[in-house]
Write a protein that binds this ligand. Structure first.
Ligand SMILES: Cc1ncc(COP(=O)(O)O)c(C=O)c1O
Length: 397
């Protein structure tokens, strides 16, 4: 009897594991991607033809790191008011959160100047990037036009569903090459994906030119603009493409509570778009279902804490100014950042650079594109930035 139960448990475990493997591919976590790359002795994580990320050598235990500058998080958040709202909402955890989610949607609609029907919620914007790609590319055909390099979540899922990636290199001043992107659109293009400001380069594309591009091109094909870092750009929301939604354009815009709101671990994001488009995506995927009630409460409280958001923005910009002043002083090149991270070319291979940094209990990322190696450093607290620059003084400059 006992052995039967054990066998059954074993069988259940195995089938859940194999189902899990199917369900999570291709979006396995970064840690899993790293582990599998290390196991297979892969120098690069993804195997993209245009740009790639170095597989880190043994990753330091995160509880011991002195400077966590790796995932473009906000080291200062969440706001105290958000944390309190989160804790209070736990007591309503026996209920589904449709009521509070509806209230948050209305609040976001007021904030964005659109209607609640123009908003789809998700547990982070990754969820919305991936769901959009799944729905658009579920039939295994078509292509997505996006920049090289750019953020890969949406593109990876589109590719895994059978779509093609048409990548268009950024201009020499690191903006999206809008003319070349428009020229790359063909009869099979299902989506144009723009990350603005861009990740991993941290650079922004001229707002007026992008507005004109989105407005015109969305007549032919939907344009998806990922604005995860927009609040940190000079001019902030003035650079947003969100107003085009209210004008009825066929455009999708994502935002996240993971960056300026300091809530990366609480998982809240949203997408703005036309009602019919969002309905088509929601019909298959149900956006809001994955967000917990406490996270909804925290997001709502965070939106009200304007002083806190302004102070986070200032601190992140101070850290960025510190970092770029350091690089300038050392006569090192870097891309002009409009985000909470800075990308600079390095004259060591990315893995050798990471080893030196990790040895000092600091975590950053290293990429390879355009025949160069690059370090991407996220903005931490000022103390963390000083730990990093002291390390560079020691082994690099
Ligand atoms: C450009 C960009 N988009 C989307 C995301 C996803 O963020 P989240 O799922 O936490 O909202 C990130 C995260 O770093 C990002 O850099």
């Amino acid at each position: 009897m006992q052995s039967n139960t054990l066998q059954r448990r074993d069988w259940l475990k195995k089938s859940v594991l194999s189902l899990g493997a199917l369900a999570v591919a291709p979006q396995i976590t970064w840690a899993e991607t790293v582990k599998s790359a290390q196991k297979n002795n892969k120098k690069f994580l993804y195997g993209n033809p245009f740009f790639d990320e170095y597989t880190p050598p043994t990753f330091p235990d995160l509880t011991t790191v002195k400077a966590r500058l790796v995932w473009n998080e906000n080291p200062h958040g969440p706001s105290k008011k958000a944390a309190e709202a989160f804790q209070e909402a736990v007591w309503d955890g026996n209920h589904y959160s449709w009521g509070s989610l509806g209230n948050l949607v209305s609040k976001i609609a007021d904030y964005e100047g659109c209607k609640p029907e123009n908003i789809m919620m998700g547990p982070g914007s990754s969820d919305l990037l991936e769901k959009t790609a799944m729905v658009y590319f579920q039939d295994g055909s078509g292509n997505v036009v996006s920049a090289d390099p750019s953020y890969m979540s949406l593109v990876s899922v589109a590719k895994a569903c059978g779509g093609n990636w048409k990548s268009v290199k950024l201009t020499s001043d690191y903006q999206h090459d809008l003319d070349a992107m428009e020229a790359a659109i063909d009869a099979d293009t299902k989506l144009v994906y723009i990350t603005n400001p861009n990740n991993p380069t941290a650079t922004i594309t001229d707002t007026a030119k992008l507005m004109d591009f989105c407005s015109r091109v969305s007549e032919k094909v939907p344009v998806f603009v990922d604005e995860a870092y927009i609040e940190l750009s000079d001019g902030g929301l003035d650079n947003s493409m969100a107003p085009l939604v209210a004008q009825g354009k066929n455009i999708l815009v994502t935002r996240t509570f993971s960056k300026i709101h300091g809530m990366a671990g609480l998982r809240v994001g949203y997408m703005l778009g036309q009602k019919e488009t969002l309905e088509a995506i929601n019909e298959i995927t149900r956006g809001g279902m994955g967000i917990t009630g406490p996270s909804i409460a925290a997001a709502s409280a965070s939106m009200d804490d304007l002083d806190y958001l302004a102070s986070c923005r200032q601190k992140l910009i101070d850290a960025r100014n510190y970092m770029t002043a350091y690089l300038t002083d050392k006569k090192m090149d870097f891309m002009p950042s409009q985000t909470n991270f800075v990308m600079f070319p390095i004259n060591l291979t990315g893995d050798a650079f990471l080893e030196q940094v990790y040895d000092r209990k600091i975590v950053v990322r290293a990429f390879r594109f355009w025949d160069k190696d690059w370090c991407r450093v996220s903005m931490g607290t000022m103390e963390e930035m000083k730990v990093f620059t002291a390390a560079l003084d020691e082994f690099y400059v």
